[in-house]
Ligand binder design. Structure first.
Ligand code: FAD
Ligand code: SF4
Length: 470
């Protein structure tokens, strides 16, 4: 019997959760994966080899104790598993849903070599969702409250990660966000088919019960000034993200019918969540021929949102080949299943149309030598221009930092690409050039991932605790 258990990974193959029927997926803004049952999660978790030096833990940006909680869940110890998950991650149920596991934990799993990696992400999601449903909540009974208060600007994953560590150490976090709900891009960016929004409202209630105070609909610099915050609080953490949309720099980007990705996605979320202020803000692509430009997560979200809105046709044009796409393999596959047509090795050179968009002019590329980041450079093939017909073009080329004018006023320095200077390696981790102000997440490292933002928020909280001598 013991022998049988040791070879569970051979006898039981990797099994991903079932996806909802494609007819549902094409219309509904709901998560597409069916939850695992207790038997499934136990069977899948039991495949873990409990490697002595688990690569998955090293590759996971928050260094989750993966084999340990897989063992607990395989034995049915959900509450202990949830406690352990929360020791390293502030939003395990979110990471389980949206991390690109194929590049992180599961990509590093020993079994990924031929047998199929353990379904780590799904186990993490299962543990937290199930523990919450059982009524489990983080244990705050041993916290000794200090009199210190820290202001957090931004309720995205970085801000929430910071708040989580502070409150567990008896420091009162007061989180300001200009949006009407917490989550940052988790709520106003990532669509419901990857992350249903009740996940974030549940987290808001849990954090609030733990002692975190949220001041929503409050923009720092407009509704409250940084001077006031600096005066009132013992320290400040900024996790404000990156909100300048990258442009292609080619003709026609200003034509009517061309939109940046985020306003399109946000208008859709606002309508679904009832946050829409003016119906004119909604960007509809119903019955339209949509061309999405880009190959990252944001592009995939635009593709799949367009499908659900009832677009006539959705084409995604990307300038490199499929192997060199930055987006998660899983999301590209999901988009393809839902009916998105991919045109690889197509570089946009103009958006064309009389008064409004009629098409995107692209040139075919071939993959050249690697660039400074090691990714092969696309090289245009002369004479290969063609026009892809379009009624709507969605531009998903990524984000650059969006520093506020008040950073300079308060001595918060930027680096040469506009990121806030707040290094990890210094006396107080993630401290900015203003001693009292710390920062982390996308605004420091450039647009990246949910899990790296959580890590930096948590690490910055450690820096703040040291600074406050707690
Ligand atoms: P944000 O999440 O941007 O949060 C910043 C918060 O600060 C916002 O709520 C904002 O309102 C607030 N704020 C800013 N300025 C002020 C101010 N002056 N006053 C008050 N509040 C302010 N990552 C993944 O890992 N997996 C994915 O599948 C994935 N999909 C993505 C899809 C899209 C469409 C996008 C855009 C990003 C995606 N990402 C994904 C990336 C991920 O969402 C970000 O890296 C992460 O959210 C960054 O966290 P953050 O806390 O640094 O910033
Ligand atoms: Fe994997 Fe992300 Fe969870 Fe880490 S946080 S174990 S990378 S899913």
């Amino acid at each position: 019997d013991r022998l049988k258990n040791d070879f569970q990974f051979i006898e039981v193959g990797r099994q991903d959760p079932t996806k909802k029927d494609i007819s549902t997926r094409k219309h509904e803004f709901v998560e597409i994966y069916q939850p695992f049952s207790q038997e499934q999660v136990a069977d899948q978790s039991h495949r873990c080899l409990e490697c002595g030096n688990p690569y998955c833990e090293w590759k996971c940006p928050v260094h989750n104790y993966i084999p340990n909680w897989l063992k607990l869940v395989s034995e049915g110890n959900i509450v202990e598993a949830a406690e352990l998950c929360h020791q390293t991650n502030s939003l395990p149920e979110v990471c389980g849903r949206v991390c690109p596991q194929d590049r992180l934990c599961e990509g590093a799993c020993t079994l990924n070599d031929g047998f199929g990696a353990v379904t780590i992400g799904n186990a993490e999601k299962y543990i937290t969702d199930t523990a919450f449903a059982m009524g489990w909540r983080p244990d705050m009974s041993k916290v000794t409250w200090t009199k210190k208060r820290v202001a957090i600007i931004g309720a995205g994953p970085a801000g929430l990660g910071c708040a989580d560590i502070l409150v567990r150490n008896g420091v009162k976090p007061v989180v300001f966000d200009r949006n009407p709900e917490i989550g940052g891009l988790l709520t106003f960016g990532i669509p419901e088919f990857k992350l249903e929004k009740t996940v974030m409202s549940r987290r808001r209630e849990i954090f609030t019960d733990m002692g975190v105070e949220f001041r929503l609909n409050t923009e720092v610099g407009k509704d409250i000034q940084m001077e006031e915050i600096l005066e009132e609080y013992d320290a400040v953490f900024m996790g404000m993200g990156t909100y300048t949309y990258m442009k292609g720099g080619f003709p026609g980007e200003d034509l009517s019918g061309v939109y940046d990705a985020l306003p399109f996605l946000v208008s859709n979320v606002n309508r679904n969540l009832g946050f829409e202020k003016d119906p004119a803000d909604f960007i509809s692509v119903k019955d339209k021929k949509v061309v999405v430009l880009g190959g990252g997560d944001t592009a995939m979200d635009c593709n799949r949102t367009s499908i659900r809105q009832g677009a006539e046709k959705v084409t995604c044009a990307y300038r490199r080949d499929e192997a060199n796409m930055p987006g998660s393999v899983r999301e590209v596959q999901n988009a393809r299943e839902e009916g998105v047509e991919f045109l690889f090795n197509r570089q946009p050179i103009a958006i064309v149309g009389e008064g409004r968009v009629e098409g995107v002019k692209v040139v075919t590329t071939q993959m050249g030598e690697p660039d400074e980041n090691g990714r092969r450079r696309p090289e245009p093939i002369p004479g290969s221009e063609e026009i892809i017909p379009a009624d709507v073009v969605l531009i998903a080329f990524g984000f650059r930092p969006s520093p506020e004018p008040w950073f300079e006023t308060h001595g918060i320095n930027l680096n040469n690409w506009g990121g806030v200077v707040a290094p990890a390696e210094q006396k107080f981790k993630y401290q900015t050039t203003n001693d009292k102000v710390f920062a982390g997440g996308d605004m420091v490292r450039g647009s990246d991932l949910v899990v790296t933002a959580i890590w930096e928020g948590r690490e910055a909280a450690e820096g703040i605790l040291d600074y406050l001598d707690i």
